[in-house]
Design a protein around this ligand. Structure first.
Ligand code: ZN
Length: 268
């Protein structure tokens, strides 16, 4: 157990050179880039106050878990320890599972769940616990297993966007998908072409991955939160808004509920 806490005990090492900037932080830029996971979730918790109150308070668990992802990722890149790697990967697994249990559309539930979200959530919880055990026993396949979970998430995102006629929501969908592509490109590029990136003194593609994957994930979660109101609460109308200015669509997207909103109409 103790040897897994030791710096460098993880078999994974990213392109950025170790202990080059600080004698105590292995990958300095990769560690620092997790700051976005600390800065945005508190703001999202604030922006989703109405959503949490009138639709589903569980949304705040997801934003809080994003902070846990940032913490464990920063710990992993600072130490490159096996425990750090596992914490990072498990935190991501639990964000996925929390999001599935909350937002997975009932129309896609397997027949065995009989349209019952509680039952589906219990099954998700059991899967998460089993997945946690598996991840600890076979850490080598974790990254690929997590990438696989992205496939149903992408499918559900496309499915939700197809059912939506709101231009604003579709534009956010395109933004989220583009960020996914750029993020995955950065992750793969860091792994496969480290020599080329090091040759131009820019071994920081994994740090960029942290930033782009955060933006892709939270914008996808905003969209799932929006679709969930449409699917589960027909008496409520979700409104996609932007912070700090509602007409600046490159700002921070969030969802509020129309009955408590006195602005312009969102549907186009
Ligand atoms: Zn990382």
């Amino acid at each position: 157990m103790w040897k897994h806490l030791e710096p460098g005990s993880s078999p994974v090492d990213w392109c950025e050179g170790n202990y080059l900037i600080s004698p105590v932080i292995a990958e300095f830029v990769n560690t620092l880039s997790n700051i976005i996971f600390f800065l945005l979730p508190p703001l999202l918790i604030h922006l989703f106050k109405e959503y949490g109150k009138f639709v589903n308070p569980g949304i705040h668990i997801i934003w809080a878990l994003m902070i846990v992802v940032g913490l464990s990722s920063a710990y992993f890149h600072a130490t490159l320890s096996l425990i750090g790697q596992l914490l990072d990967e498990l935190a991501i697994l639990w964000v996925f599972m929390a999001a599935f249990s909350m937002f997975y559309p009932r129309r896609h539930f397997p027949y065995v769940f009989q349209n019952n979200r509680k039952l589906f959530s219990v099954a998700t919880l059991i899967f998460s616990i089993a997945g946690t055990g598996f991840a600890i026993m076979h850490p080598a396949v974790n990254a690929f297993a997590l990438m696989t979970l992205g496939i149903p998430a992408c499918y559900l995102l496309i499915d939700g966007l197809k059912r939506c006629r709101c231009g604003r929501v579709l534009r956010l969908g395109v933004r989220s998908a583009s960020m996914w592509f750029i993020a995955v490109f950065c992750w793969l590029s860091d792994r496969l072409f480290c020599d080329a990136w090091s040759a131009i003194n820019f071994p920081y593609l994994h740090a960029l991955w942290h930033i782009f994957i955060f933006i892709a994930s939270y914008t996808a979660l905003v969209l799932f939160a929006y679709f969930a109101v449409k699917d589960e609460c027909p008496e409520k109308t979700p409104v996609l808004k932007y912070w700090p200015k509602d007409n600046f669509e490159l700002g921070i997207p969030y969802v509020t509920i129309r009955s408590y909103y006195k602005g312009h109409k969102n549907e186009i």
